[in-house]
Ligand binder design. Structure first.
Ligand code: CO
Length: 661
């Protein structure tokens, strides 16, 4: 049955970009499964299929809303999978695409079945007994199944697999990461629920790090006085459904089951003119390649979003006073429960304000002495935290009153460990405790930013600061300049960072001019930018092609959302961004997508044990000619700083401050 007119907004849906409701997830799963009824269907993904941009941009409150859902279906008894597009209004399947050669990410159920398969495997049991472990110890062993990658073996080509490693854990209330069992890896078939292959090689004995981090095992320091964040009149933002407004900023916020926190339609209200900046921003893929060649480490290259099961699905429920401090507004998330229903993640997204030092300040002198003008900066924080196995990743978007915004990643949790033989030192790992080492590794986070700076078409310029050659125009050889080179096609748009020239990328709307005759712009200021260290013939080099550059620029394409391809689990090399840009499409004055990758190095240190302090990384976006002057000029001065009080405290008056900067 196909209806001609879409119904009015479904219950609980106020805007075309609102994520699927619990009712919609159930309906989408039911409609998809009924296309080809099977008992074994599970649903690794059920997500909103976002409407076309013009539909969203032209939407007004109360307009009818059409809803479509994108699903992955996996038959756990047969092992085959389908991608399906459902029209929720017409209750019809629009597309049904069997996924030959692609694997949806593992189900929570499959991680659980992999653990059971390993623990009941005769070969694995024999391997544990041969290491002298008692039945009780074996019972308590922690099994961590990992995406196995794709190393071209028949297991990866012909099976749906995970690779499992083992940790001793005498107390099931603790993690086993202090006691890794070396050189045992079980390759598990997730359809047949059995171990296909057991790697069991001689290795160093399991380490025994007794260091724990739980509060009930430690005596906390007692010299910390309370620090309360008080906002007696409440917060300065409003949240209306998914629409968030704060200090001239406006955006829509949602939790996507795969990408986690997503911001839509980031815009700035400039004296009543709502000026668009970014249509959609998300962390679209990440990968964590390990640099140790040992049997338990070499295959660790987890794409923690698209391969492990979706950052949205792995998002934490946050707790007031723990994850965020102050006056907090939370947004819940709704994701598939894998069985045709949904699961609510309470308090998935935290929205709050933070005092952030000073926004600007200047002190000048008049006849009575120095006069200081200072304005405090407040920032809006929109954040979510996902736990992916041993690691925890926080993603924090910050918005500032001076028109800038920023992404900060907070990586914490527990580092990967291996049992190390102190008499056989390896340069690909670093000791963190006696007999315990952390393998060297990297974290790459690829942010997809669908830009619309002051309108739908933009041009990116690469800006490098350069000295000018000596000559008649540069007689003192002090002259230097910022060279802005437009990126015209996708092959121009493959860029690497260069800290020495303060390289950054300016996203300009060349169809508009500001008051000094330049195009209004935002600049992307890169952060940590380490290069991928795995060699060009490594398995991960080809599968994580997005890591080869810090920036890629592509024209918007509704089929191009995921930097390592739609299905990175067990993927073949060559998918995602490098394959798209081979077309070398025009990118000047086009509807552009920026793909910026933060490259974070992790040379593990003892301070990372037993739980790693937050490692902050990220990048900034700053206005460049977007505003006619400092947009934070109109910030109110703090009450007691608003007046010239020098005569109340005349001992401060000094006439001698004439330093030049
Ligand atoms: Co790390």
């Amino acid at each position: 049955m196909v209806t001609q007119t879409p119904p009015v907004a479904p219950v609980g849906v106020a805007h075309p970009l609102d994520p699927l409701t619990a009712e919609e997830i159930a309906a989408a799963s039911r409609i998809a499964a009924s296309h080809e009824p099977r008992d074994g269907w599970r649903f690794p993904l059920v997500a909103l299929d976002e409407p076309a941009k013009d539909v969203v941009r032209n939407y007004s409150d109360g307009d009818p809303i059409s809803r479509r859902a994108l699903l992955m279906l996996l038959d756990v008894t047969e092992g085959d999978a389908v991608e399906c597009l459902v029209d929720l209004d017409a209750e019809a399947v629009l597309r049904w695409t069997p996924l030959a050669g692609h694997q949806p990410f593992p189900l929570m159920e499959e991680f659980g079945r992999a653990v059971e398969a390993v623990k009941s495997d005769a070969g694995w049991l024999a391997a544990m007994r041969s290491r002298g472990y008692s039945d009780e110890q074996i019972e308590n062993i922690q099994i961590d199944p990992w995406p196995g990658g794709n190393f071209g073996t028949k297991w990866e080509r012909e099976h749906r697999t995970l690779k499992a490693i083992s940790y001793l854990r005498d107390d099931p209330s603790r993690t086993g990461y202090g006691r890794p069992i070396e050189h045992v890896v079980a390759v598990v078939d997730l359809t047949e629920n059995r171990v296909l292959e057991l790697i069991d090689e001689p290795g160093p004995p399991a380490a025994d790090s007794e260091l724990h981090y739980s509060h009930n095992e430690l005596a906390p320091r007692e010299d910390l006085k309370p620090l309360d964040i008080v906002q007696p009149e409440g917060v300065s933002f409003t949240l209306d459904g998914h629409l968030l407004s704060w200090q001239k900023w406006q955006m829509r916020v949602s939790l996507h089951p795969r990408e986690g926190l997503v911001l839509h339609q980031i815009a700035y209200n400039d004296d009543g003119d709502l000026r668009p900046i970014c249509y959609r921003a998300s962390m679209a893929e990440m990968v964590v390649p390990y640099g140790d060649p040992s049997p338990t480490q070499y295959f660790k290259n987890a794409f923690d979003s698209g391969e492990v099961g979706g950052l949205g699905r792995l998002t934490n429920s946050l707790e007031l006073g723990c994850d965020c401090l102050g006056e907090i507004v939370y947004m819940d998330g709704i994701v598939t429960n894998e069985y045709g229903g949904s699961r609510e993640i309470k308090n998935a997204i935290c929205i709050h304000e933070e005092d952030f030092g000073i926004s600007w300040k200047h002190t000048h002198n008049d006849d009575d002495g120095p006069i200081s003008d200072v304005r405090r900066s407040r920032r809006l924080v929109v954040s979510a935290i996902a736990t992916v196995g041993n690691y925890d990743y926080g993603f924090y978007w910050y918005f500032y009153q001076d028109g800038s915004w920023e992404q900060e990643i907070k990586a914490t949790g527990i580092v990967q460990t291996l049992a190390a033989d102190p008499d056989d030192p390896q340069i690909t790992r670093h000791m963190i405790a006696p007999q315990l080492a952390g393998p060297i590794h990297q974290h790459f986070f690829c942010f997809r930013m669908d830009m619309e700076v002051d309108g739908g078409t933009n041009t990116v310029y690469e800006v490098d600061t350069m000295p000018l050659p000596p000559g008649p125009d540069n007689p003192y050889n002090n002259a230097f300049t910022a060279v802005a080179k437009p990126l015209l096609t996708e092959s121009d748009g493959e860029r690497v960072s260069n800290a020495a020239s303060a390289r950054h990328w300016r996203v300009a709307n060349t169809n508009k001019l500001n008051q000094v005759g330049h195009s209004p712009s935002y600049v992307l200021v890169p952060g940590e930018s380490v290069a991928l260290m795995a060699g060009p013939d490594s398995a991960i080099f080809g599968r994580a092609g997005f890591t080869h550059r810090q920036l890629w620029v592509t024209p918007f394409d509704e089929g191009q959302f995921y930097p390592a391809g739609d299905y990175p689990n067990q993927s073949e090399p060559g998918q995602g961004i490098p394959s798209w840009v081979a077309a070398d499409r025009e990118i000047a004055d086009e509807d552009l997508v920026l793909w910026y990758t933060v490259g974070m190095n992790h040379i593990v240190v003892p301070e990372d044990w037993p739980v790693a302090p937050v490692h902050r990384s990220g990048f900034k976006l700053r206005p460049a000619g977007f505003f006619s002057h400092n947009p934070a000029l109109d910030l109110p001065a703090p009450d007691h700083c608003a007046h010239d009080d020098r005569h109340d405290h005349h001992d401060h008056a000094q006439h001698s401050q004439n330093g030049h900067s």
